[in-house]
Design a protein around this ligand. Structure first.
Ligand SMILES: Cc1cc2nc3c(=O)[nH]c(=O)nc-3n(C[C@H](O)[C@H](O)[C@H](O)COP(=O)(O)OP(=O)(O)OC[C@H]3O[C@@H](n4cnc5c(N)ncnc54)[C@H](O)[C@@H]3O)c2cc1C
Length: 399
């Protein structure tokens, strides 16, 4: 931004829109949130939403995620006690020597970066996650991440928006942004419903819809849309799951209601379809895989199955800031944005309210040269399982 803003329209009420709105409103900016559906109706309502810091590379991006994780703790203490943030150990294990060696090397690298993790014998499962069938872990070693959390993302969104409203933000739900207005070359507002809303800046937090919003200004964001399926079970008989689990081919975490949330990249790879995601039988497949790790799930039902669309920048790293040619339109889009929202929302608000660039955000400008391959190792692994990722119709290359 070349100057400080006194008013902003925030497009989208997911984790990023809620967080930047909170920080802007708190600093005295007149904020109007425009959301086409309702808060957390998008990806933030259909996400695994665990702290994924340990998966992140390169080092600067790992640090950014770690800062996000730390700021979740600070925000939850400041705003709502521990309500959306649920500390729990995260346990990882792998099948086969090569996969185990890769996991071990990643854990040692993270430890070298100061990450709170250790290698432990599989008996640690009895202590930290007694609901796990010991036979489900064939590995000699388990990686234990001690200081991690899972997040109730919809609750985070609602809490942050409520706090933004207490600081004067206005919210308009069920209204889509269908265009942007310009004056002297600068974006100065949005068309939403039957009216135009003017502001010093428009903040594009539309998640998987962000490329469409950018296109209203002639900007091409390098974004892909990657669908993911999560199932939520009703309460786990015998007591709740007490850890986040990254087992071969299935990830599991507790839910606020005492059930289990399941996700599998293998299953997600089967969501690709020419006519949109195909889900036939896939929730049952996820539930079956989850039950192979947590035998108690055989007596629980699938309560809900949701598909979220991951907004993934082409190199896997966040897109934050303006693009030349469309000053006044500030993009805030990222994968892993549940972990990152507190730090990205705070830094974006600081840039907008001061007009000064934050050094921490320098690697993430939307007009950077985006390499062909993903930077984040986690996404590289996911891409290997996905023969044909779907792409946003407008904009596969950096502007
Ligand atoms: C299966 C899955 C697992 C995941 N696991 C994790 C994880 O473990 N940890 C993690 O940190 N992240 C995870 N993520 C990623 C994370 O959930 C997303 O990065 C994050 O939710 C994106 O938030 P957002 O606010 O950018 O977008 P969204 O939550 O999608 O919010 C964007 C909002 O904008 C609105 N909108 C769109 N277009 C318009 C328009 N034109 N006008 C008005 N409103 C509009 C939408 O309705 C939506 O509510 C996962 C995602 C998926 C799908």
């Amino acid at each position: 931004m070349d100057s400080a803003v006194g008013s902003a329209v925030v497009v989208g009420a997911g984790v990023l829109g809620a967080c930047v709105s909170y920080h802007l409103a708190r600093q005295g900016v007149r904020v109007v949130v425009v959301e086409e559906a309702r808060p957390a109706a998008g990806t933030s309502g259909a996400t695994f939403s665990a702290d994924v810091t340990h998966l992140k590379t390169p080092y600067a991006y790992y640090r950014l995620n770690r800062q996000g994780s730390e700021e979740h703790r600070q925000l939850s203490e400041a705003l709502d006690g521990p309500a959306w943030r649920h500390p729990a150990p995260l346990l990882q294990w792998a099948d086969g020597d090569a996969a185990h060696q890769a996991l071990r090397e990643r854990a040692l690298r993270a430890k070298g970066w100061g990450h709170d993790c250790r290698l432990a014998p599989p008996s640690v499962l009895r202590e930290l996650a007694p609901a796990v069938d010991p036979a489900a872990c064939g590995a000699d070693e388990v990686v234990v991440h001690e200081s991690t959390s899972w997040f109730d993302a919809p609750r985070f969104v609602h809490t942050l928006l409520a706090a933004a409203v207490r600081h004067g933000a206005e919210t308009h739900y069920g209204v889509a942004v269908t265009g942007l207005t310009r004056k002297n070359g600068r974006i100065v507002g949005v068309q939403a419903g039957d009216r135009t809303r003017s502001a010093d800046a428009v903040v594009n937090c539309a998640g998987p819809g962000a490329a469409r919003v950018a296109a209203f200004a002639g900007v091409r964001l390098p974004l892909r849309q990657v669908p993911g399926l999560v199932t939520e079970s009703d309460p786990l008989p015998g007591g709740p799951l007490t850890a986040i689990l990254a087992a071969p081919d299935i990830d599991l975490r507790p839910t606020p209601g005492g059930g289990v949330l399941a996700l599998s990249w293998d299953v997600d790879a089967r969501l690709d379809g020419a006519d949109g995601p195909r889900v036939d039988g896939l929730p049952q497949e996820l539930h079956r895989r989850a039950g192979a790790v947590l035998p108690g799930l055989a007596r629980a039902r699938i309560e809900d199955a949701r598909i979220g669309v991951r907004p993934i920048p082409s190199d896997g790293l966040p897109l934050v800031g303006e693009v030349p040619g469309a000053p006044g339109l500030y993009h805030l889009v990222s994968h892993s944005a549940v972990t990152l929202a507190p730090v990205l929302g705070r830094l974006a608000a600081r840039e907008l309210t001061t007009g000064r660039s934050a050094a921490e955000l320098a690697p993430y400008r939307p007009d950077r040269a985006v390499p062909g391959d993903v930077q984040d190792e986690n996404l590289r692994a996911m891409n290997r399982r996905r023969p044909q990722p779907r792409r946003e119709p407008q904009g596969e290359t950096a502007p």
